[in-house]
Design a protein around this ligand. Structure first.
Ligand SMILES: *[C@@H]1O[C@H](CO)[C@@H](O)[C@H](O)[C@H]1NC(C)=O
Ligand SMILES: *[C@@H]1O[C@H](CO)[C@@H](O)[C@H](O)[C@H]1NC(C)=O
Ligand SMILES: *[C@@H]1O[C@H](CO)[C@@H](O)[C@H](O)[C@H]1NC(C)=O
Ligand SMILES: *[C@@H]1O[C@H](CO)[C@@H](O)[C@H](O)[C@H]1NC(C)=O
Ligand SMILES: *[C@@H]1O[C@H](CO)[C@@H](O)[C@H](O)[C@H]1NC(C)=O
Ligand SMILES: *[C@@H]1O[C@H](CO)[C@@H](O)[C@H](O)[C@H]1NC(C)=O
Ligand SMILES: *[C@@H]1O[C@H](CO)[C@@H](O)[C@H](O)[C@H]1NC(C)=O
Ligand SMILES: *[C@@H]1O[C@H](CO)[C@@H](O)[C@H](O)[C@H]1NC(C)=O
Ligand SMILES: *[C@@H]1O[C@H](CO)[C@@H](O)[C@H](O)[C@H]1NC(C)=O
Ligand SMILES: *[C@@H]1O[C@H](CO)[C@@H](O)[C@H](O)[C@H]1NC(C)=O
Ligand SMILES: *[C@@H]1O[C@H](CO)[C@@H](O)[C@H](O)[C@H]1NC(C)=O
Length: 495
């Protein structure tokens, strides 16, 4: 059946109504940062009239909550168009917005578009995740959210909380304090059937001190994934050896019934563990050691604690970044951090002030000077072939092995020139950022001129000299200028 099309929205200002909700608290601050990270909209207050027309409000989550375009005061020349296509069983909302942000200095214009459908009787806000079309064409990635949050039945199963305890082991070696120190260990695996989340628990405080069974440390997938998002599952647990009692308190999340009303669920429970213990006399003492375990799984009934409804769609929202990553650094504050500068010379010129011999080979470490570098470390660059076209003294970068990481913060190709007399280092580099959209890297190019502002100390052996910065840990930042960017990679060798 053909869809009936109703055009509904108009200019940005017309959409602002008296019911416009207070801006929800959002951990991602700054119009520009939000515009790059979560260009998206909430469609709410959907009303259908008898004549079939539809009206609704659009709340922009990228630009729009604070200084951006649709707050009613028209701070920018933004536009927003939204349409609803009503079919027999669903309504599709389409949004296309252009807005500006100036919180990072220069005014930056963003455009984004997106769509989403909802059942005709769906009354909650509808989330539309957008794709940026300008200044770059990317579709920002969202976290997966806390494990199992959208597993079918998560909410229903959480009404009667329970856990399955498995592979339980308890070791008790009292020690005599003379030839042996007391030692206790405890570990088990906790599975929450509501969301399938598994955590492995072990004693806290075991580094150097006595393992603390009253404060077990429980960890699951949340420590392996950077995609968990703003909300993480937390588990507190303890074991009391005197009574063999295990206690658990866990907080988890479900939004399988309606992602616009995500639930934060807390429950706690405790049970005496039915453990089978074997005893052994401790060699050389009058002590008895106990080794206990369970032969099967143990069910633990929980008691529901506080249940909180969180902000709409917040389980899959990104965490507030603690600093600029690759893309925002490259656009607003581009700089390289250099390290491990070294000049090797088989000709024994040693990079001395008059050394122009081509046998001197320069190497250094480099990483984009981003505040948020994830797990990245500088990459080693050594001197490659002399470049034919670039002019005298320019060399290709031979870029070291990247360790297989997906989000490099270093050039994918570059050329450099080092002038020993002035200690001037010039670099022309191409690099790419995938931190916002793994599938659509943004490609950057820029030039750097800097000075190695550290004394070089040289060691010579067998006619070969190695000159390094006096302080081997010396690093310095140097601005990247003339930065250009776009969605196309530079041709290999063209830098
Ligand atoms: C809107 O655009 C006009 C013309 O392009 C410009 O002069 C004006 O400063 C802009 N207003 C804002 C708030 O950006
Ligand atoms: C969004 O609107 C702009 C003009 O405001 C238009 O050029 C563009 O094609 C629109 N994009 C989509 C996907 O409708
Ligand atoms: C709706 O969004 C999807 C991507 O999420 C896109 O492929 C599709 O073209 C959009 N539909 C319309 C009518 O814009
Ligand atoms: C919406 O309608 C469908 C079937 O038409 C029904 O299964 C569902 O429960 C309804 N939802 C609400 C929130 O009324
Ligand atoms: C479980 O932990 C939460 C958060 O720390 C706390 O508010 C709650 O009182 C605890 N519940 C029990 C039964 O200890
Ligand atoms: C074990 O021997 C120590 C002395 O070596 C003694 O003080 C302690 O009472 C004995 N404990 C038991 C349980 O016999
Ligand atoms: C303890 O071990 C015995 C023999 O292996 C077994 O029959 C019994 O079920 C076990 N009890 C528990 C609570 O694991
Ligand atoms: C460098 O060359 C100049 C003149 O060409 C000379 O005076 C000076 O001693 C040389 N310095 C070294 C370290 O060789
Ligand atoms: C340097 O040039 C030689 C000869 O043209 C070539 O075989 C080699 O692959 C080049 N090395 C690098 C690192 O590009
Ligand atoms: C070089 O280092 C010295 C001492 O650390 C410092 O005073 C000077 O400003 C630096 N010069 C440049 C150009 O960074
Ligand atoms: C940067 O760009 C300007 C203008 O295009 C140009 O004059 C200048 O030479 C460039 N600087 C470098 C270091 O390439």
């Amino acid at each position: 059946m053909a869809a009936r099309l109703f055009f509904v929205a108009a200019s940005a200002v017309a959409l602002v109504s008296a019911q416009f909700p207070a801006p929800p608290s959002n951990p991602i601050q700054g119009c520009t940062t939000r515009s790059f990270l979560i260009p998206s909209w909430l469609v709410q207050d959907v009303k259908r009239s008898a004549d079939g027309s539809v009206s609704f409000d659009v709340l922009s989550r990228g630009g729009g909550w604070t200084a951006c375009s649709i707050q009613g005061t028209a701070p920018s020349n933004g536009t927003l168009t939204a349409t609803a296509q009503v079919a027999e069983d669903s309504t599709t909302f389409l949004v296309n917005q252009t807005w500006t942000c100036n919180d990072r200095g220069p005014v930056m214009t963003f455009s984004a578009t997106g769509n989403n459908s909802a059942a005709l009787n769906f009354t909650s806000p509808v989330l539309i995740r957008g794709s940026l079309t300008s200044p770059v064409a990317i579709t920002p990635q969202y976290p997966e959210g806390p494990e199992g949050h959208d597993l079918a039945g998560c909410t229903a199963r959480s009404e009667k909380p329970s856990w399955v305890l498995s592979t339980i082991h308890f070791t008790d070696e009292p020690g005599d304090g003379v030839t042996s120190t007391p030692f206790q260990n405890f570990n088990l695996i906790v599975t929450n059937p509501a969301n399938g989340y598994q955590a492995s628990c072990m004693p806290g405080g075991s580094l150097g001190g006595t393992p603390d069974l009253s404060q077990l440390v429980c960890a699951g997938s949340e420590f392996q994934s950077s995609l968990t998002g703003r909300h993480t599952i937390t588990t507190q647990a303890s074991f009391d050896p005197a009574t063999m009692t295990f206690s658990l308190n866990q907080t988890w999340f479900c939004d399988d019934t309606d992602a616009s009303k995500p639930l934060q669920i807390n429950a706690a429970g405790s049970t005496v563990l039915p453990l089978n213990c074997t005893t052994q006399p401790a060699a050389g003492t009058n002590q008895t050691n106990r080794y206990c375990s369970s032969t099967g799984d143990v069910d633990l009934e929980g008691k529901l604690g506080t249940v909180v409804t969180l902000q709409a769609y917040s389980l899959t929202d990104p965490v507030a970044p603690f600093g600029d990553g690759c893309t925002l650094t490259s656009i607003f504050n581009p700089a390289w951090e250099f390290s491990a500068f070294e000049v090797d010379d088989t000709n024994n010129g040693g990079g001395g002030s008059n050394d122009t011999s081509s046998s001197a080979s320069v190497s250094f470490g480099i990483i984009l000077a981003a505040q948020n570098r994830g797990f990245q470390f500088p990459i080693a660059i050594t001197q490659g072939n002399a470049t034919a076209g670039a002019g005298a003294g320019w060399y290709e970068c031979a870029i070291g092995p990247d360790g297989g990481d997906d989000l490099p913060l270093w050039p994918y190709q570059c050329v450099f020139r080092y002038t020993a007399a002035t200690k001037e280092l010039q670099l022309r580099a191409d690099w790419a950022c995938r931190d916002l959209d793994q599938a659509h890297p943004i490609y950057f190019r820029g030039v750097t001129t800097t000075t190695v502002n550290s004394t070089l100390t040289c060691e010579t052996a067998g006619g070969q000299s190695q000159c390094t910065t006096a302080d081997p840990a010396f690093t310095w930042d140097a601005k990247i200028s003339n930065v250009t960017w776009g969605m196309a990679a530079a041709a290999p060798g063209d830098v």
